[in-house]
Write a protein that binds this ligand. Structure first.
Ligand code: BES
Ligand code: MN
Ligand code: ZN
Length: 493
């Protein structure tokens, strides 16, 4: 979808559909200021149809003889309450209502309440992402007519430079949604690795894939223990973005990549929703989606590593027994008291690997704990970090991109819950505070001199209900935050 700024007037425009946001109460006045084609009296139509301009209210009407011929009005409530997220939602509702019209789509919202940069990115992303649909697994997808382009009206032409990020970021989110949405028989660790290789060759990233034997040589006993109960071979994926010119800092992004999590011998039963566990590679999808976007955006001065220890958690005769003790690549021994706490085992070795690259910061994303879903629901990810500056930058990046995040504590005394009678640590603590002990477990595998943050996306990776900007299904959560962080919010030295 082509996106641009149109400095002209609606009455001279050749588009087919116009999205208009209006505040409650005085929309007559607001619409009066617009120069619409002759004969169009929107205010009268709105009144006739009892439209009040309440937040999210939608009204659309057609004027057969006019250009544009379809007007989509969206209520914005009271101006003093308007948030950037309300503009995102309005843009998404408008975009959905434009389906069926193949021409140009225009949009006018009260831009001047925010910076041009933030409104352009927020609403451009919202329009494109709300129109996403995954039809890869239908034999006869219903054909859908979508607008061919999007034009912003009423924004200064000089804001054009802010358009460039929309398409790479949305393509990254869409890639992440497709990776997460793909079922576990189609998206295996090997397929995920092939995806990474093809992204690397298409966008010019370095790529390294370690097979089982190479991981054994690196003594990644925690990761390989998870993989050993599956017929599918593990793949350790490492992509690198190198900027042209001098490198001033280096960061590593690590994503949990369980293409399926059965729970292992601690099998997921009852309400555990085993059939959803294809989404257990959501962290890796966010990291690979971000890799695609970053490669295209080519930020200066910063080298970025993307790391995924991909495998499946299954049961067979060689699967891990509950109670096994394994050796991670930093030499620590782990008693696996619960085979369903597998993500942290794979991340342990991935984090050790990331530390060896001596980055200035490490961020991991993982669908790590059901406890995080209980704490924060499906619109807010949990953030744990050892570094306040890193935490603040990530929170700002997430807020700016409309992704929910909330900082949670790494309460040291809870480490008590991970004490093992025999090994250095066990992989599972008590039920209470389960997402905190998971974070504390990961911390054991990160060099304390390297600022590190962990984002638990177990709730946000997926949405059962359609949220407008996020259609039901995989959300692609994390791509926008990561790309925003690297391109805008990271502290540059
Ligand atoms: N992948 C799951 C976490 C999960 C659960 C994500 C529900 C999304 C929805 C993870 O591997 C897991 O099974 N965690 C266990 C940990 C427990 C055994 C300590 C959990 O949360 O139940
Ligand atoms: Mn599990
Ligand atoms: Zn898992």
């Amino acid at each position: 979808m082509e996106i641009s700024i149109n400095p002209g007037e609606i009455k001279n425009w050749d588009g087919s559909t116009l999205i208009l946001g209006v505040f409650a109460d005085d929309f007559e006045k607001q619409l009066g200021k617009l120069e619409l084609p002759k004969g169009i009296s929107l205010a009268a139509r709105l009144k006739e149809n009892n439209f009040h301009g309440k937040t999210g209210e939608l009204f659309s009407c057609n004027f057969l003889e006019s250009t544009p011929n379809k007007f989509i009005l969206i209520g914005l409530g009271q101006p003093e309450n308007l948030l950037l997220n309300d503009l995102r939602k309005a843009a998404a509702i408008g975009a959905r209502a434009s389906i069926g019209n193949s021409g140009k789509l225009g949009i006018i919202l009260p831009w001047d309440l925010f910076t041009p940069e933030s409104v352009i990115k927020a609403t451009g992303e919202a329009v494109r992402l709300s129109l996403f649909e995954d039809n890869r697994f239908r034999s006869k997808p219903e054909p859908k007519v979508l607008p061919k382009s999007l034009e912003f009206f009423g924004i200064t032409k000089s804001a054009e430079k802010y358009l460039r990020e929309i398409s790479p970021i949305c393509a990254g989110v869409e890639l992440a949604r497709e990776l997460v949405g793909a079922p576990p028989n189609k998206l295996t660790p090997s397929v995920l690795a092939e995806e990474a290789v093809s992204i690397a060759s298409e966008y010019g990233l370095e790529v390294k894939i370690l097979n089982r034997q190479e991981c054994q040589e690196r003594k990644m006993g925690a990761y390989l223990a998870v993989a050993q109960g599956s017929d599918l071979t593990p793949k350790f994926i490492h992509l690198t973005y190198r900027p042209k010119g001098e490198v001033k800092q280096r960061v590593a992004l690590v994503g949990k990549g369980l293409t399926f999590d059965s729970g292992g011998y601690n099998l997921k039963v009852g309400a555990a929703q085993i059939e959803m566990m294809k989404f257990d590679m959501g962290g890796s999808a966010a990291v690979i989606g971000a890799a695609r976007a970053i490669a295209e955006l080519a930020p200066k001065d910063i080298e970025v590593h993307f790391i995924v220890a991909a495998c499946e958690n299954m049961v067979n005769g060689s699967a891990v027994h509950p109670g096994d003790i394994v050796h991670a690549s930093n030499g620590k021994t782990i008693e696996i008291n619960n085979t369903d706490a597998e993500g942290r085992l794979t991340l342990a070795d991935a984090l050790v690997y990331a530390c060896e690259l001596r980055p200035n910061a490490i961020v991991d994303l993982a669908t790590l704990t059901g406890a995080c879903v209980i704490a924060l629901g499906d619109e807010i990810a949990g953030l744990w970090t050892t570094d306040d500056h890193l935490g603040e930058a990530l929170i700002n990046a997430a807020n700016n991109s409309g992704e929910g995040i909330w900082r949670m504590p790494l309460k040291d005394s809870y480490k008590e819950g991970l004490k093992s009678m025999l090994a250095d640590i066990k992989n599972t603590g008590p039920r209470a505070g389960g997402s905190i002990t998971a974070g504390l477990f990961l911390k054991e595998f990160v060099d304390s001199k390297i600022p590190w943050a962990h984002i638990d996306i177990a709730g946000t990776v997926w949405t059962d209900k359609d949220r407008g900007i996020d259609p039901a299904g995989a959300t692609g959560y994390g791509v926008r935050t990561l790309v925003n962080w690297i391109c805008h919010f990271i502290k540059r030295s």
